[in-house]
Design a protein around this ligand. Structure first.
Ligand code: ZN
Length: 654
């Protein structure tokens, strides 16, 4: 493992304990095989002056909710050392009381709660303490060959058996310190959990961590009898993927998104003949069980049955390990090994799916390493249950609050580079949906973000529509919502002057493209969560005018298509509705000059022209976007085949 310490960078921080603590914490945080997503913690002991001018011995410990990779000074909780040491000396202390007392001992009431391992850090009699859940260390402590060589390889480390984090672990350390077991040591290896290093300065403590982990990695290479299996990605079975996501969403009781890992390593793992055995023994480190549950599902062909079996075995695991105080959590897996396809990670949000995916990837690699060292031996199911159902952690999960209306739902919006389409896409995202925006303009690529994907697509081309649908399923796991917004408008030509190519193109883009998109999307929509299609029609359908035949006919055709689709897709639960907006002027299409020209043609001022409807109100693109979101959302989940005007009221239609 590469040592990232830089004398130059550190020199600028000399004399500032907390600044150096931030610096090396971030160095550790950059290495995912040391710490992942909030795992690991660090501390420094320092003296601060209180308001009365007294020196107070203080432990600055990584605060809960902060990530080592991005931690700042305010991410460290200042806790009074004397209180920590008194608490560690108690014979017993329940974890709730411990958290409460540590809160009372804070020097700043606005600081975050300190890490659950605060008392461990306090009891280690060194200034700097670094703690990680290094993959390689856990591989060694949890395999027979690794275990046998541990003490010999790490003579400067105290090796302790696994105990539950929290006060039990604090007590284990307190006893080790009091019986002088830490004397002359550079660190502690905790079986099944991770590693601590310590020193009087930031550099030594960090160096000791990197040296020890490098040694662990070297020992694994030396002892290993087989390599990780590497393979090549297969073509994705899109419909099977959408069905898996649907089933997992049903088991979890909320729409999930899927992050697929089909890297050569993940596919190789899924192809191992012993996968059903090695993948289902337990997590890499105990804290993972809170995010990933104890084990993933293994899917091999009959996904639905296998996911039901997973849920059943989860209920058994709960029954075997729970006491009265526990309430069973949902029985959906958080990740799955999908035979020959790779690894799937499920999350109610994209962030959750991505974090689980990282953990799953490291777990798959480490389990294979441990297998080649005589066999992967994780913690027992009881030990992992105690972490998964640890009240302290359950409370954190429950704090979530209410979820956004479209959380976990997956949408395609056409014509999303600008204007109404862009507003629709953004509005769906603001309600928790994951959105694929498509457009013929290359500027759509800038739409790509953590919860979105921008794809260039000419909707006039059938093969491009098909590939957009498949790319959506591959990226997010399925498809639930479609907003067909893209369209073209040619005005001012009477039928006798109308160019045939313009007529054909308008029908192709405004009508046929939508029929093709729904055609390719339908198999996935049928496996969707609360699926819905929305067509953006036009006020023109009910109140046409002269000189826009191609546009009016295409939108009338689109409306009829929606009515037919509403009937065809209703048995599968897919709703299809239409909105009919009147002209929207707050898009780039309408320059001030174009507006002035049009207003003049009608003998109106621009303001009069923009509000020429019964309510005398201007229709804005956000009005359309919010109506689109509402119509595909739960508010209208009993409505299909409907046409909703968003036009301020039109006497020709009413
Ligand atoms: Zn830990």
């Amino acid at each position: 493992m590469k040592n990232l310490w830089s004398d130059k960078e550190a020199a600028a921080l000399e004399g500032d304990d907390l600044a150096l603590r931030v610096y090396t914490s971030r160095l550790l945080g950059q290495e995912p095989s040391l710490v992942l997503h909030g795992g690991g913690n660090t501390s420094v002991k320092s003296t601060v002056k209180d308001i009365f001018g007294n020196d107070v011995e203080t432990l600055f410990i990584k605060g809960s909710g902060w990530d080592l990779k991005t931690i700042e000074k305010e991410g460290f909780s200042p806790v009074r050392m004397d209180a920590c040491l008194k608490l560690s000396a108690l014979e017993t202390l329940n974890d709730f009381e411990m958290v409460k007392q540590l809160r009372v001992a804070l020097l700043d009431p606005a600081a975050p709660n300190g890490s659950i391992e605060t008392l461990v850090h306090a009891s280690i009699p060194y200034k700097f303490v670094d703690h990680t859940h290094a993959d390689s260390v856990v591989v060694l402590t949890n395999s027979p060959e690794g275990k046998a060589k541990l003490q010999q390889t790490f003579p400067d480390f105290l090796i302790l058996p696994y105990v539950m984090p929290g006060f039990d672990l604090a007590k284990q350390f307190d006893n080790a310190v009091k019986s002088a077991q830490l004397d002359g040591k550079k660190g502690v290896i905790l079986s099944g959990h991770g590693i601590f290093t310590f020193a009087e300065n930031a550099k030594d403590s960090y160096d000791r961590m990197i040296d020890a982990v490098t040694k662990a990695e070297e020992l694994i290479s030396e002892l290993r009898t087989s390599d990780r299996v590497i393979s090549v990605a297969k073509s994705v079975d899109h419909l099977a993927l959408a069905k898996i996501r649907k089933k997992v969403s049903d088991l979890r009781g909320t729409a999930v998104t899927v992050k697929m890992d089909n890297t050569p390593e993940a596919v190789g793992y899924s192809e191992r003949s012993d996968i059903a055995d090695i993948a289902t023994r337990g997590t890499l480190t105990p804290d993972h069980s809170i995010r990933t549950k104890r084990i993933p599902a293994v899917i091999n062909g009959k996904a639905e049955e296998q996911l039901d079996a997973y849920a059943e075995s989860y209920r058994q695991y709960f029954a075997e390990n729970s006491t009265d105080e526990h309430t069973i959590l949902d029985q959906a897996p958080r990740w799955a090994v999908w035979k020959e396809q790779g690894i799937l990670s499920f999350g109610a949000t994209r962030k959750e799916a991505s974090q689980i995916s990282d953990i799953a990837h490291h777990t798959a690699n480490s389990i294979q390493d441990a297998e080649s060292l005589g066999g992967w031996q994780p913690l027992s199911s009881k030990e992992l249950f105690d972490i998964e159902y640890w009240e302290l952690e359950q409370r954190k999960l429950k704090k979530g609050g209410s979820k956004p209306m479209l959380q976990g739902q997956i949408a395609i919006v056409t014509g999303a580079a600008a204007g109404i389409g862009r507003k629709c896409a953004e509005d769906l995202m603001s309600h928790g949906a994951l959105v694929v925006g498509i457009d013929i303009s290359p500027s759509i690529e800038s739409f790509t973000g953590p919860n979105s994907l921008g794809l260039v697509c000419d909707i006039g081309k059938e093969d491009q529509l098909k590939s957009v649908v498949e790319k959506t399923v591959e990226t997010f796991g399925g498809l639930d919502l479609i907003i067909c917004n893209a369209g073209i408008f040619t005005a001012g030509e009477y039928v006798e002057d109308l160019d045939s190519n313009k007529w054909d193109l308008t029908l192709r883009i405004n009508l046929t493209a939508n029929q093709l998109l729904v055609k390719y999307a339908a198999p996935y929509l049928k496996e969707g969560i609360e699926p819905a299609v929305l067509f953006v029609g036009s006020r023109n359908v009910g109140a046409p005018g002269p000189g826009a035949a191609a546009y009016s006919v295409s939108k009338a055709g689109l409306t009829q298509l929606a009515r037919v689709l509403a009937m065809e897709l209703a048995p599968s639960g897919v709703r299809v509705n239409v909105i009919h907006p009147d002209a929207v002027f707050d898009t780039d299409l309408w320059t001030p000059e174009a507006l002035a020209r049009s207003a003049e043609r009608y003998g109106m001022t621009v303001e009069q022209y923009k509000t020429r409807n019964l309510l005398s109100t201007e229709i804005k693109s956000t009005d359309i976007a919010e109506m689109c979101t509402a119509l595909v959302g739960p508010l209208f989940n009993k409505t299909t085949g409907a046409q909703i005007p968003v036009d301020g009221g039109n006497d020709r239609i009413i």
